[in-house]
Design a protein around this ligand. Structure first.
Ligand code: CU
Length: 173
């Protein structure tokens, strides 16, 4: 019972994909839809086997007669973090922000986390290095966090007002 209903539903599903595909790509379709229709019908009636039917579907996909538009689902991390690592205060250390250039998407809330032993700030700056009023934290003690939600795409530079040699970038796409 289960097998019969499955056998019927597969060609119906595939056939409706074919119809959508042909309506879009009809001008480019080299093969006649008629033989596709017949093959689907014959499969439904049990005249041809499942593997023959699947071979036809495979042929259609491989020859791009059926074009499957895959929806690209990039599950962006909407709450990325930037760590201010231990030793970040030291000009001679390589304790850069992690990551140094965070790439994210609009709507994401970025959190800076101070994991260093001394306070730091996060100050947005313009191209000339001047502090600008986009995101500006108070001094963050060890363990403190600072959030900012990026609503617009762009490249955002920032630095620490206590350690101005520490510069980082948030790129919002
Ligand atoms: Cu600092």
């Amino acid at each position: 019972m289960k097998q019969i209903s499955l056998k019927k539903s597969i060609p119906i599903t595939i056939f409706s994909i074919l119809l959508i595909s042909f309506s879009v790509n009809f001008a480019n379709a080299e093969s006649s839809p008629e033989w596709v229709k017949n093959t689907a019908l014959w499969y439904g009636e049990g005249i041809i086997s499942e593997s023959e039917f699947l071979n036809m579907v495979k042929f259609l996909i491989e020859n791009e007669i059926i074009v499957i538009e895959k929806e690209l689902q990039i599950s962006a991390n909407m709450n990325p973090e930037i760590l201010i690592p231990n030793g970040n205060f030291d000009v001679s250390s390589s304790s850069f922000y992690i990551p140094l250039n965070l790439e994210t998407v609009t709507g994401a809330t970025v959190t800076w986390v101070n994991e260093d032993s001394v306070p730091h700030t996060v100050q947005s700056q313009d191209e000339s290095g001047k502090v600008i009023d986009i995101f500006n934290s108070i001094p963050l003690n060890t363990g403190d966090r600072f959030d900012f939600t990026f609503e617009e795409s762009g490249v955002y530079n920032y630095f620490c007002s206590f350690h101005p040699w520490r510069v980082g970038v948030v790129t919002v796409k």
